[in-house]
Design a binder for this molecule. Structure first.
Ligand SMILES: [Zn+2]
Length: 453
């Protein structure tokens, strides 16, 4: 009898001490969540491919904007918004973040807007608009929708702010191998390749938001891979949309937020069928489900952030005669549009862009979990290098706050090709980035990481 009581007391005391440790480590957080269906009501052009020839024809599933509003133990707040769109412009990002900052009194550096980069979402104002053969009425619809989306995102963040409740936060990286490096593997050979070449980063960064009663309130997960399985005419979030749907089905009442990582040179291969998009989505959801059910790292109730914008140089632009030659050879399409636009600037005596002035970089620390977020179509080499320097547990986000072009590593810039050179034309930039882009970005990240340590 006496032994039983002693053993019971020991078990109870061990349980209490474990519960206390857990509580003290992750206590102090409050999180609010909100979702908005952002599927366009009217037919519109789908974003991401120059090859489409007409507007949308209905939805495969809704497109979503989602917001998590975080508050740490000291009342520091931050907001993460995730969108099922291909990208947003600098102006769009600044307008929305400024308004959220004004209405919720949180600094701009504490607000992130990540685009999933789905290639089956709507064209937004000032993002790749020259690659589509748009009529005036199409352009009007794009401007109207973009304005509506801005208002919706601001309203969404206010709803998430009102939803704040005490939670525990946990983080961990899972793994999924659905990404294929599209620069080092040929898509046409994908079914017969015995080995796939890298570089890759197979991490599935995951944050669990659990209420004090132990219910899963939200899950944030990321992956570095182009949502380009589908190229049809129905709205969808592509594999990332199917992954979110699957998690929300697995955990009813939970909001699943997807963020795009450094997926600039990664494709889901093979691709082009709906069953494949579902397969990759379910596979990614299964990677998240595994992480949620394993031991995760509890995050202390403290938030820190640091942010900067830097000027990225562009290399020398083509001459007027070179552009005229390119225009003649193109005859039509977005290369024709791009060269005509630059020729127009030359002839009007306007100087061509020599640099991109406001490239955004933000770093966050959620109770020890570092998140490095970058604008543009970040290529995987950045994630690899950042993890070598700051450890495998960090999370890397691309496509955040402003999607102005591809962001090649120095190697990709030298090699050229789409991500290193010609994609600049789709984004309306006059030339490829100047040498030194990689060290410039990595060095600024280093400053920002020092600032929050
Ligand atoms: Zn892309």
């Amino acid at each position: 009898m006496k032994t039983t009581i002693i053993v019971s007391l020991m078990v109870l005391s061990a349980f209490l001490s474990q519960a206390n440790t857990r509580k003290s480590i992750s206590e102090g957080w409050k999180v609010g969540v909100a979702k908005a269906d952002i599927t366009p009501k009217n037919p519109m052009w789908l974003a991401g491919y120059a090859s489409r020839t007409k507007v949308s024809e209905g939805a495969m599933h809704p497109l979503w904007a989602k917001c998590l509003f975080f508050q740490d133990a000291k009342g520091n707040s931050s907001a993460l918004l995730t969108l099922d769109v291909v990208g947003i412009s600098s102006e769009f990002g600044i307008d929305v973040r400024t308004e959220i900052s004004r209405k919720t009194s949180i600094p701009l550096s504490n607000i992130l807007i990540n685009c999933s980069h789905t290639h089956s979402g709507p064209v937004l104002d000032q993002v790749l608009t020259s690659i589509y053969p748009l009529k005036e009425s199409d352009k009007k619809e794009i401007v109207k929708y973009s304005k509506w989306l801005k208002e919706t995102l601001i309203e969404l963040s206010l709803r998430a702010h009102k939803d704040l409740e005490p939670v525990n936060l946990y983080a961990k990286n899972g793994v999924s191998r659905i990404q294929v490096n599209r620069r080092t593997n040929q898509e046409k050979d994908i079914d017969v390749l015995k080995e796939l070449n890298g570089p890759n980063d197979f991490a599935v960064p995951t944050i669990k938001v659990e209420t004090n009663k132990g219910n899963l309130k939200a899950v944030v997960f990321g992956y570095a891979c182009h949502p380009t399985v589908l190229s049809g005419y129905q709205w969808s979030g592509d594999y990332a949309g199917f992954a979110q749907l699957e998690l929300e089905k697995l955990y009813p009442g939970t909001a699943a937020l997807f963020f795009q990582g450094a997926g600039g040179d990664q494709n889901p291969l093979p691709r082009r069928t709906i069953p494949l998009a579902k397969q990759y989505g379910k596979s990614l959801a299964a990677a998240v489900e595994r992480v949620l059910n394993e031991e995760m790292t509890p995050l202390a109730g403290s938030f820190k952030s640091s942010a900067a914008t830097i000027e990225l140089g562009l290399s020398a632009a083509p001459s007027l005669s070179e552009l005229k030659q390119i225009q003649k050879e193109a005859g039509q399409g977005y290369i024709y549009e791009w060269s005509s636009n630059l020729i127009g600037q030359y002839e009007a005596g306007k100087p061509l862009l020599r640099n991109y002035p406001n490239y955004p970089i933000q770093v966050w620390d959620f109770g020890g979990q570092k998140i490095i977020s970058l604008g543009g179509e970040i290529t995987i080499g950045y994630a690899v290098k950042l993890k070598e320097k700051y450890g495998d547990q960090i999370f890397v986000m691309g496509y955040t706050n402003d999607v102005m072009g591809y962001i090649p590593t120095e190697l990709i810039l030298e090699e050229g090709g789409y991500e290193g050179d010609t994609s600049q034309r789709a984004y309306g930039l006059p030339s490829k980035w100047a040498a030194g882009i990689e060290s410039q970005i990595l060095s600024k990240i280093n400053d920002l990481m020092d600032a929050i340590n």
